[in-house]
Design a protein around this ligand. Structure first.
Ligand code: GUN
Length: 283
């Protein structure tokens, strides 16, 4: 069997087109959705992510501003910036790029963002709403993965879904979104015994561990849809996922590539979350 390669770029392009149309509709009511991205320090990967987020906003007609702070900024100074953005009516979404420098408590910073402007969906209030089945803002990466499943016409209701990696940003919210859509969900972590026995049961397999190529073809159920969230830089400079693509392709029914799979969806859903935060200001 040779897996169908899922085109995350094409799916995200369609979503961005729809966002641009809805931005146009809002503009007629005098509102331009605005995203503020706060970047602390010089982390090279973060710089690239932030640049890409700002560029995607401009392209879809959203307003974006990037606030750059030195790596030795105090936590209190960052909290002041966040509070100011909370009170700025032209800003509908606030994203503080992670990771933050060591002197800052990320949880405290995230919890200072107004939940309605928390377009990452990381605030405990948004995590709690998701947990109780009343989501307001869904975290971008898992939300994007649900859109991929929708676009692939994957039957989620009643399916066996296995999520590998239990982070607050991807694994845990992913499990909750799949559960809400009617899947039977198994959430694996780094201590899971016999991981292959779990992953081989999966009709839907989502891998977000940050460990390059750890899921191999023999750990995949024939015909499964495999979603690879990993972005790992290899010694030769190329990117690889958390799934060994070549062996997985021989077994899976469909698979997301790295790059070009989940990555573009995350940015598209950030635009959706910012747009919807602005729409909530009107309705
Ligand atoms: N760093 C890596 N991914 C993310 C993300 O989705 N949101 C934020 N705020 N920081 C990140």
């Amino acid at each position: 069997m040779n897996a169908r390669i899922i085109d995350g770029k094409a799916i995200s392009a369609a979503i961005k087109t729809e966002v641009a149309q809805r931005v146009h509709t809002l503009a007629r009511q005098g509102i331009t959705p605005g995203l503020a991205v706060v970047l602390v320090g010089e982390d090279p990967a973060s710089q690239v992510y932030v640049r890409n987020k700002a560029a995607a906003c401009e392209k879809a007609g959203l307003h974006s501003k990037v606030i750059r702070l030195a790596s030795d900024t105090s936590e209190e100074a960052l909290l002041d910036v966040v509070r100011e953005l909370n009170n700025d009516a032209s800003v509908h979404g606030i994203l503080v790029q992670l990771p933050l420098p060591a002197q800052m408590n990320s949880s405290k910073v995230i919890e200072t963002i107004a939940p309605a402007k928390d377009v990452d969906g990381f605030h405990i209030s948004n995590a709690g709403l998701l947990m109780t089945g009343r989501p307001l803002v869904r975290p971008c990466t898992p939300y994007g993965i649900m859109k991929i499943l929708e676009s692939e016409n994957t039957v989620v209701r009643g399916a066996e879904a296995v999520v590998v990696g239990a982070s607050n940003i991807v694994g845990k919210p992913m499990a909750l979104l799949l559960l809400a859509a009617g899947a039977t969900v198994t959430l694996c972590n780094s201590k899971t015994r016999d991981l292959g026995a779990q992953t081989r049961r999966a009709d839907i397999l989502v891998v977000a561990t940050g460990r390059p190529r750890m899921i191999t073809g023999d750990m995949i159920k024939p015909g499964a849809i495999v979603i690879d969230v990993g972005i790992n830089r290899q010694a030769d400079g190329k990117l690889t996922g958390d799934v060994e693509f070549e062996s997985a392709c021989k077994v899976a029914g469909a698979i997301t590539p790295v790059p070009g799979g989940v990555g573009p969806m995350t940015i598209a859903m950030l635009l959706v979350n910012t747009l919807e935060a602005a729409e909530r200001c009107v309705h």
